[in-house]
Design a protein around this ligand. Structure first.
Ligand code: NAP
Ligand code: G3H
Length: 485
């Protein structure tokens, strides 16, 4: 059991209780005990933290990449050494099962180390002016990448360690300072992540951890003139608000999804079923990349459903400390939301294949067949363990329904005929299409992006470093070499 403790905020290089004298109690979504109390940071403290970040950024950027990398590698070592404690806190706080929470810490350690290596191996370019009509070879352009200044990193509850570190690490390697705002439910994990970084002796002020409700301090952070770039992961609703409020600063948004699994008539059904089930139900479907609908060819729909049903029934359901796959949702409100989607679909004629049982915020994995376009569950992201199946007469119809969604994060196509799979992949509007595999973000050296309401800009280690830096061109006007005496 995790001890209920008072956690301080990390502001301008010091662990501090907020002047607000207000704390927020974080309740575990599955244990009856609170996980801890976090600080409700004030606007004045945000101002001080951003000013300190601005002061610390230039000397940080003046360090060599190798020197910056040493801090980050030490951070990775500290996290690896504290893996168990961090995973247990994350399990208590966001209800992720222990095995997955441990994997998240491992993945984060790898990501930080990889980010250091990637930054060390990135380089600029040079260009001569004579490539353009009328241009001269005497103009030599040197293109470097320089930091943006102060990066605001806002992360969601479902990957409180990895999705904070995957913003902080590239921002720091690119020479920026960072203001990190973790999800409130997830903030204790975020504090532990930052403790491991602060313990490296990171220059004071370079990074601050601002805790508090996004609804209270979010707009102030986003609109703050001291912020030079925002990297946000969370819901489409919050992302859209952010894009309306931030003015003339670069923004990367990783938002919600409604990832379809398109199952063709020739699909290998065993591969398809195992990918769909793990894709839809791990961590109770609380992944942006979860399979959130199945579009299956009529001809094999009965067979697919017959295979999906026992696979879903075989999922383990219960508390995260027993490593169950389906665990209590992050809140009762989230469970109510999913239940409403199920109720709406059943009222409109969907077939319940299995599930639709509930104990508080623990929902049994639920499979709905014969879902039609008039049902909310066909379009809305549930972020919970419900999977709608829509039967389609053709691949063209599957593509039409896939693209009718406002979202475009990832999609899967299950087919043995590669030409057909690639044709469908080409027609689907999504950041990534997985052929014969479930949607997922990793490996983290791949670009990761959403289109339409699923996001803006690209993550993945290389692209994150690019998005947190900009090109700077220095032109050397070489002395003309006189031709022919
Ligand atoms: P959320 O409610 O949008 O919260 C995300 C973050 O935004 C939290 O830190 C939240 O703080 C903060 N926030 C809330 N209001 C804000 C405001 N006005 N200004 C600035 N920040 C504000 O999302 P969530 O429930 O944590 O995460 C689930 C959603 O994230 C799902 O839709 C999922 O698909 C999406 N997601 C997407 C990806 C991806 O890479 N595409 C990855 C993971 C999750 P508080 O917690 O204090 O409210
Ligand atoms: O929740 C959104 C995450 O970015 C998904 O990551 O595909 O590795 O589970 P994942």
């Amino acid at each position: 059991m995790v001890e209920h403790a008072q956690y301080l905020a990390y502001l301008a290089g010091e662990w501090q209780a907020s002047q607000s004298q207000e704390t927020i109690t974080i309740q575990s979504p599955w244990q009856s005990e609170p996980v801890g109390d976090i600080q409700a940071v004030t606007q004045d403290e945000i101002d001080t933290s951003i000013a300190a970040a601005q002061d610390a950024q230039k000397p940080w950027a003046a360090l060599s990449l190798g020197e910056r990398g040493q801090y980050l590698n030490q951070w990775a070592d500290n996290l690896a050494a504290n893996k168990q404690a961090l995973a247990e806190i994350e399990m208590a706080e966001v209800g992720k099962n222990l095995k997955d929470a441990e994997k998240e810490v491992d993945r984060t350690v790898d990501l930080i180390r990889y980010t250091v290596q990637e930054a060390l191996h990135m380089h600029g370019e040079s260009v001569r002016g004579d490539g353009f009509p009328g241009g001269s070879k005497d103009k030599l352009g040197i293109i470097e990448r320089v930091p943006l200044g102060v990066v605001l990193a806002i992360s969601p509850f479902n990957y409180p360690v990895n999705l904070s570190a995957s913003k902080i690490a590239p921002a720091l390697m690119a020479g920026n300072a960072v203001i990190c705002k973790p999800a409130t439910q997830g903030a204790v994990s975020g504090i532990k992540l930052i403790e491991a970084l602060a313990d490296t002796g990171l220059p004071k002020g370079l990074l601050s951890l601002i805790t508090g409700h996004g609804s209270v301090i979010g707009d102030y952070l986003i609109e703050h003139p001291g912020i030079n770039m925002i990297s946000f992961t969370g819901s489409t609703q919050t992302g859209q608000r952010l894009s309306q409020k931030s003015i003339m600063i670069p923004l990367v948004l990783e938002l919600g999804g409604k990832d379809p699994a398109i199952v063709c008539a020739d699909a290998d059904l065993d591969t398809t079923v195992s990918n769909i089930v793990s894709g839809a139900f791990s961590y109770s479907g609380q992944r942006c990349t979860a399979v959130k609908r199945v579009l299956v060819d009529d001809k094999i729909a009965d067979e697919l459903v017959a295979k999906l049903k026992p696979a879903v029934n075989a999922l383990t359901v219960g508390s995260p400390d027993a490593n169950n796959t389906v665990v209590p949702l992050i809140s009762d409100k989230a469970a109510d939301f999913v239940q409403n989607l199920i109720d709406d679909a059943l009222a409109k004629g969907a077939t319940l294949v299995t599930g639709n049982k509930r104990q508080g915020n623990l929902l049994a994995p639920t499979l709905l067949d014969n879902v039609t376009e008039d049902m909310d569950v066909a379009w809305i992201e549930p972020f919970g363990p419900v999977l709608p199946i829509m039967r389609v007469p053709s691949t063209d119809e599957a593509i039409r329904i896939a693209n009718k969604s406002k979202f475009g994060l990832q999609a899967s196509v299950f087919a043995q005929e590669l030409d057909e799979a690639l044709k469908i992949a080409g027609g689907v509007e999504a950041g990534t299409v997985q052929v014969n595999g479930r949607p997922e973000r990793g490996p983290d050296n791949f670009p990761f992006l959403g289109v339409k309401a699923s996001g803006m800009g690209t993550q993945g280690v290389h692209n994150s470093i690019l998005s947190m830096s900009r090109e700077k061109l220095t032109v050397i006007n070489l002395k003309s070499v006189k031709q022919g005496g």
